[in-house]
Design a protein around this ligand. Structure first.
Ligand code: FE
Ligand code: CA
Length: 525
């Protein structure tokens, strides 16, 4: 099908809200266009389909959402679109056939932003499904479906969402997303490790293109390679996503501007982080508020779902101090308790506390990267805590749990990625006193693929659980986590696939937990 190309003369026929949206996108285009508006290529020709990376939407609000695509006829070789600003038209409709168009406009895909397109649509109705599509020249994108959030003052009946993390492309197929797509969800959260930075390695089911990532071009090609995955693309096209990153979007276990590799200077790493953050922005449905400025990018933000849930998306990488005690899983050294050490950074922590204090939501969700529960990872007498997780940053970990407890924050739920295993944890106010109050629930989601097929049970599971009574469930198959959230009850289903080394693995629900509003105790369902 062909979309009518949007002409500015048509403005007399559209309502004021559309006019504002169009004016905004023209303003944005003017800001980013390197030359006069007249130089924008309106009739581009492409060497191949420019929409091979699909479409996505994200960061929904009651009146709008971000629509994303990127023109990339040669996705693995720098993109391949003409090296000029290119006009892209977009439409939002109430129906999948795109006959009841409610918004449309024109934007510019600029070469300095890898011909990515981020349209912030507004003027939509709350709590509704919409469909959208892009066109550049004669090329028409696949259709996407998205949904606005409920109005701020309403109590929606339910929110169905899933969260995912850690999708090492070489380790397996993204079958988990094929099952997720059948789940009738409103929202997907991605908690990081959307890409991995390593060069191709032998033995995987697929191969990374390019070297170990360092330059902007490297990061762009890697993001593009991941986005060519059909299951990932279909899930992006099905519902809005809210994304945050962990370490592998840049490099393993980095902390602020400190690389894991002591040979990397801060200046080298600053440039690498700037390249990685820019490529991340270019490939994600993010608002202009997240536009990177050199090596900095504002990713922590709140998504509200009426009065049912506030979802705080945290960034535990960009502002943290270096991992203490040499990183790794070790007995805590003094630096773990340094009051100046931080995993959130002072500004983000204040924002989190202020946002939680002001919340009127029934469920207060902290969607983030690394495990908060204090879990002893060494069997027997010896103790070992991960220095890359909240257990390496005792000041922030204790202050956060104390804050949730003292301020009686309503139904806090922490969602976590990173460790390629499923966990259900009760977070207690003081881990030195195992009888202290349970102040929050933590659900840790396994990987989409990272680590390969996985095990039914982690090694020495029962001994580990006995040493860590706050842990109610642990499993190391691949998959995703599904949450069904209602006013009085939260249900979590740990969905696992039997394997990722071959296609078409079946899915099963490995465990389910229910939280009743008013208590953070986990009930096995
Ligand atoms: Fe990971
Ligand atoms: Ca131990």
């Amino acid at each position: 099908m062909t979309l009518p190309l949007y002409a500015i003369e048509d403005l007399s026929r559209v309502n004021r809200r559309t006019f504002l949206a169009v004016t905004n996108s023209l303003f944005a285009a003017a800001l980013w266009a390197p030359r006069a508006m007249g130089a924008v290529l309106k009739r581009p020709t492409f060497s191949a389909d420019p929409f091979q990376l699909g479409v996505a939407s994200g960061d929904p609000a009651p009146d709008g959402v971000v629509l994303w695509t990127r023109l990339a006829p040669k996705p693995l070789e720098g993109g391949g679109a003409p090296d000029e600003p290119i006009e892209v038209t977009w439409q939002v409709a109430e129906d999948e056939q795109m006959t009841k168009v409610v918004q449309k406009g024109t934007t510019t895909a600029n070469p300095q932003w890898a011909h990515s397109v981020h349209v912030e649509v507004n003027g939509l109705k709350p709590d509704r499904w919409y469909f959208y599509q892009f066109q550049a020249g004669d090329a028409v994108s696949p259709k996407g479906r998205t949904r606005t959030t409920p109005a701020a003052d309403t109590m929606p009946e339910r929110l169905r969402m899933a969260f995912a993390s850690c999708q090492q492309f070489e380790s397996g197929y993204f079958t988990a997303y094929e099952h997720m797509a059948k789940d009738d969800l409103d929202l997907v959260l991605h908690l990081g490790d959307y890409i991995y930075e390593g060069a191709a390695r032998p033995g995987g089911v697929r191969k990374h293109v390019g070297p170990r990532l360092a330059t902007l071009e490297d990061y762009r090609n890697r993001h593009a390679q991941y986005k060519t995955d059909a299951a990932l693309q279909a899930m992006h096209a099905a519902v809005p996503w809210v994304v945050t990153w962990d370490d592998h979007e840049v490099a393993n276990n980095y902390a602020d501007l400190i690389s894991e590799n002591p040979k990397d200077t801060v200046e080298e790493f600053r440039q690498r982080r700037a390249a990685a953050y820019k490529a991340y922005y270019e490939h994600m449905p993010l608002r202009r508020a997240a536009l990177p400025q050199g090596p900095d990018m504002l990713l922590y933000r709140k998504i509200a779902y009426g009065q049912l849930a506030d979802i705080l998306n945290l960034d535990t990488r960009q502002y943290r101090t270096d991992q203490p005690c040499g990183d790794g899983v070790v007995a805590p050294c003094e630096a773990v308790f340094d009051p100046n050490a931080t995993i959130l950074g002072e500004t983000q922590r204040k924002w989190m506390f202020d946002t939680l204090s002001a919340s009127k939501a029934k469920w207060n969700v902290m969607a983030q990267q690394v495990m908060v529960a204090k879990v002893d990872l060494k069997l027997g007498e010896e103790v070992g805590y991960s220095m890359d997780k909240w257990t390496g940053y005792e000041a922030d970990r204790r202050a956060t749990l104390k804050f949730l407890h003292d301020r009686k924050i309503t139904n806090p739920v922490v969602l976590t990625g990173d460790i390629h295993t499923n966990w259900a944890n009760e977070l207690i106010a003081d881990f030195d006193n195992l009888d202290s109050a349970v102040v929050a629930a933590e659900f840790v989601g396994t990987s989409i693929t990272s680590g390969g097929d996985g095990l039914d049970e982690p090694r020495d599971l029962s001994a580990r659980l006995a040493e860590n009574p706050c842990v109610k469930f642990c499993n190391s198959k691949r998959g995703y986590v599904r949450c069904d959230i209602k006013k009085d009850e939260w249900r979590t289903d740990f969905q696992t696939v039997d394997y990722v080394s071959r296609k078409d693995a079946p899915v099963q629900t490995r465990a389910s937990f229910v939280l009743q509003s008013g208590s953070s105790k986990l009930n096995k369902a």
